[in-house]
Design a protein around this ligand. Structure first.
Ligand code: UD1
Length: 314
């Protein structure tokens, strides 16, 4: 029997890209998603060949059922957004910590070979030194950042205590096709692209000089697949970024160039819990996984704009 892959949060932005790649590779895939922030439409092209389960991982019985028979788990399910977690810490705690512990426990009891965990760059908070390296202390500034930190520590404990192979990838501001642009909690890139395409004004919180290591989703898919089998990666956590950063003001310029227009920008006060600068040292992922960011920010932005041009519907 071929291996079975479980993608939690497989109807989410990153999860659905992983599912599509696995299906392309000819793998057997199960997806579990409660469709809280996920959207089934993202899986339309593969729905007939995957096992899709609409359930909530905060229920341990659900975890036990969906993990049964699985070889590899890509744990992407989460309620993302720093701002959303500040507004509603209980809900994000349930999705990001309770469900993660349930998944780990089921993986342990069902003898899963390896679990890759979607950790977050937000755990670093505001470090003075850039780029951010894994040996720097975590200083979470929001419930979301703290929850993602607890998740990766649980993943590490499950390796140390129970020998469940876990690998945590600290994602740095992932972007790309099918990322939700319409929620008040949407990430900045899909939000800005759809606003620009609709001729609407952009809002920048702060002076726009805050910077991010924006990482195209295909790079993240690549790293997840490598992390499933890389020797010497079990029990480790590592940054997953592009290794370059741009400010929001630079981002707007790049989008103006790609789209051939001038943006109208309104500046509002910076948001609570917001990190100032973010840049990944990706040396560890390069060494442990053989990871290389193949798609640059510029190319990723051009591809993402193309996708939204063809798909923006509201
Ligand atoms: C954070 C994490 C990221 C995580 C994500 C989950 C850091 C450095 N990054 O992203 O790893 O995956 O949470 O949600 O902690 N902004 C505007 N105008 C807008 C929208 C956003 O100015 O309309 C600004 C934000 O204030 C922020 C920047 O753009 O300074 C990026 O925001 P966003 O895309 O929401 O992601 P982060 O909060 O950086």
């Amino acid at each position: 029997m071929s291996k079975l892959y479980l993608v939690t949060g497989g109807a989410g932005f990153i999860g659905s890209h992983i599912v599509q790649r696995l299906v392309k590779r000819g793998e057997r895939v199960r997806v579990v998603d409660n469709l809280c922030t996920g959207e089934i439409e993202r899986l339309a092209s593969v729905l007939s060949v995957i096992d899709f389960v609409e359930e909530d991982l905060a229920d341990p019985a659900v975890c036990d059922r969906v993990v049964d028979g699985v070889d590899y788990v890509l744990h992407q399910a989460a309620i993302p957004s720093v701002q959303r977690s500040i507004r509603d810490p209980m809900a994000s705690n349930r999705a990001n910590i309770t469900a993660t512990l349930n998944v780990l426990e089921s993986c342990r009891t069902h003898g899963v070979r390896r679990l890759v965990y979607a950790a977050s760059s937000s755990v670093y908070g505001d470090t003075k030194v850039l780029p951010k390296r894994e040996d720097m202390p975590a200083t979470p500034l929001s419930p979301y950042a703290l929850q993602k930190f607890v998740g990766e520590r649980y993943a590490k404990l499950y390796f140390d205590l129970y020998k469940l192979e876990t690998v945590s990838l600290r994602y740095f501001n992932v972007f790309g096709p099918s990322q939700d642009p319409y929620s008040e909690y949407s990430a900045v890139i899909p939000k800005f692209i759809t606003k620009l395409l609709a001729g609407e004004k952009l809002t920048i919180f702060g002076d726009g000089e805050q910077s991010r290591d924006f990482t195209y989703v295909e790079n993240v898919v690549q790293a997840n697949l490598l992390a499933l089998t890389a020797d010497g990666a079990a029990g480790k956590m590592m940054n997953l970024g592009c290794g370059t950063r741009i400010s929001l003001n630079q981002l707007v310029k790049q989008l103006e160039n790609i789209l051939g227009l001038n943006a109208q920008v309104e500046y509002l006060p910076a948001r609570a819990g917001d990190v100032r600068d973010s840049l990944a040292d990706i040396g560890l992922a390069e060494r442990l996984l053989g990871y290389q960011p193949r798609v640059s920010v510029e190319d990723g932005l051009a591809r993402t704009v193309d996708w939204f041009r063809n798909h923006a519907s509201r």
